[in-house]
Design a protein around this ligand. Structure first.
Ligand SMILES: [Zn+2]
Ligand SMILES: [Zn+2]
Length: 194
């Protein structure tokens, strides 16, 4: 590149003027027949909401009650529901529990070290200090079932009840009440009448 071109490139790069204005000046001195039509103004493509949500997955941070454990969730849960199974009853000391399912890779412990033990087949993790149940891993499906009560207010949006055959307390609402697992978890469409 000759020194003049280097100087011109530096001039444009420095933002002294736009490239369009620069070429405008050059074209003024060309014979009329040799002029090219000016390029159309640059119009950015409209944002693609889907693409944006994939490339910049929302991160949600959860903490146990004492604050020793922090968990980071990437993106949104794939399923949200209430589980009435006897394992959830035993683990949580409750009649049923809210669950938000995430891909296993979307759940990371970012602070502290949860205590993990296995009840029946699922490794379950809680805080050793305050006892907060954090999540259960489901290795066969490659997912993590996060305790929905830890989600920010308003982010738990349950879609159904499952394992209602174990229920100790009927819950009257408009959601489907599956007797066992719903079809998307390999179960059936059998419901209970509440
Ligand atoms: Zn804790
Ligand atoms: Zn359960």
């Amino acid at each position: 590149m000759c020194p003049a071109c280097i100087a011109t490139a530096a001039w444009i790069a420095a933002g002294t003027t736009s490239a369009g204005a620069f070429f405008g000046i050059v074209l003024k001195d060309l014979p009329r027949r040799g002029r090219r039509k000016p390029a159309r103004a640059y119009e950015p493509a409209p944002p693609d909401p889907d693409r944006a949500s994939h490339s910049r997955a929302k991160t949600t941070e959860l903490r146990c009650l004492c604050g020793a454990i922090q968990i980071q969730l990437s993106g949104k849960p794939t399923e949200q529901f209430y589980c009435h199974c006897d394992d959830c009853q035993a683990t949580h000391g409750a009649a049923y529990t809210g669950v938000a399912v995430y891909p296993a890779a979307a759940v990371k412990v970012s602070e502290g070290e949860p205590a993990t033990w296995t009840l029946t087949r699922l490794p379950r993790s809680r805080c050793a200090g305050c006892g907060t149940h954090l999540f259960a891993q489901v290795p066969s499906l490659g997912v993590c079932a996060v305790s929905a009560n830890l989600l920010p207010v308003g982010e738990f949006r349950p879609q159904f009840h499952q394992q209602c055959r174990y229920a100790v307390l009927p819950v009257q609402d408009d959601l489907p009440h599956f007797a066992s697992f719903p079809p998307q978890f390999g179960g059936t469409d059998e419901r209970v009448e509440w």
